[in-house]
Design a protein around this ligand. Sequence first.
Ligand code: UGA
Length: 434
Amino acid sequence: MKIGIVGTGYVGLVTGSCLAHLGHTVTAVDIDVSKVEMLKKIQVPIFEPGLEELMQPLVGKNLFFSTQYADFSDVDAIFIAVGTPSADDGSADLKYVYTAVESLSLVLKKNACVILKSTVPVGTAGKVRNILLSQGRTDLMVVNNPEFLKEGSAIKDFLEPDRIVVGADKEEAFDILEKIYAPLVKTRNCYLLKMSNVSAELTKYAANCFLATKISFINEIAQLCEIIQADVEDVKKGIGSDPRVGALFLNPGPGYGGSCFPKDVKALIYSAKQVGMDLNVVNAAEEANKRAKYYAAKKLEKILENLKNKVVAIWGLAFKALTDDVRESSAIYVVNELLTKGVSQLQVFDPEATKNFMSYFPRENKIKCFDSQWDCLKNVDALIILTEWNEFKTADLTKLKTMLNDKPVLDMRNLYSLQSVEKVGLRYHSLGRK
Ligand code: UGA
């Protein structure tokens, strides 16, 4: 099929590349001229493992990049994958979606399918339909097809989905989506779930809010474990092995971050308020997450007794491993809190995210960036681990003890077994374990 993509951000680029990989002819448009030029040369502006390799044989063959909406004139379906940032009140700002729809109404061929891939609040499909009607386009179909990709494993998530959610109000629209995803449904035996537009819109938010709640739940249980001397890793196994709970997304950490959970939690709380409902559980998950983001600084203060004039190393700035993304990363909160509490220097290392991180602290001379996870440990009073990068997981613990000169480690991702740290005599503090 001929498919268009509006927006070559993370979602648009992954979606477009994967659809081309499945054999469709894909044209992706972005207003950013320099980005489009880069993409034509297969210079990928985001860090996503496997994406460049996937694009390599496709670009110029059946994956094209352009700045012109006119290039969408013969597409059968078009995915809108532009940003929906949080407005100040927590609502999702849809200006980019609506501008795209207006531009599309001028160029799309008859009976094309407009697919909302961006995460959009309940009721957006209806508003998009109204915009199209006001432009005289009664023929175009509007579909919601939320994405469930995780940064760092986006290609696998796209090509091996658990389910594909499609919201529409016309059988022809479902038929088009079935054709687009036929290779995945057939080979992967995954479900294509058909529902109304509003149900699909809510499914996306409910999925992210549920997962965020699960993380906040285990983070609070971890804090409780510390008080009552239980081990959260055991509790996690104990509850996660019940299939009704499920073992995934039960890892305690320094609070969830990224461009999705924090924004979507806020947006769902806002949408529910608009219709007169308080989402108490989701509200509580958000509050617990705020506390989780400051917990590392609080814990370190207890360990060192006083943070004034201390030098602290940080391993991991990205909001999770396998990404250079630092949006809403706990590292930003931890660093701000440590600076407020008087540390004299922060020596930070991340394999991919240092540059993005420093854009949040452009004039902060107390932060020193390092190219090596070991060099940043010189002369520090403590190390905090915030991101679960593989190089931290597999670090030589004897070397770590030596480099730290017996100073303590605060591991907010529980990367090491208690036996292994005991064996080398590392001064080790983790989350929800003794
Ligand atoms: C999330 C969802 O997992 C995807 O399904 C969804 O498509 C995406 O948002 C989106 O809406 O676009 P992502 O933001 O890439 O994906 O990252 P996750 O892997 O979900 O992690 C989010 C945060 O939760 C990270 O800070 C991570 O460290 C934290 N987390 C995750 C935990 O603290 N514990 C866990 O067990 C899992």
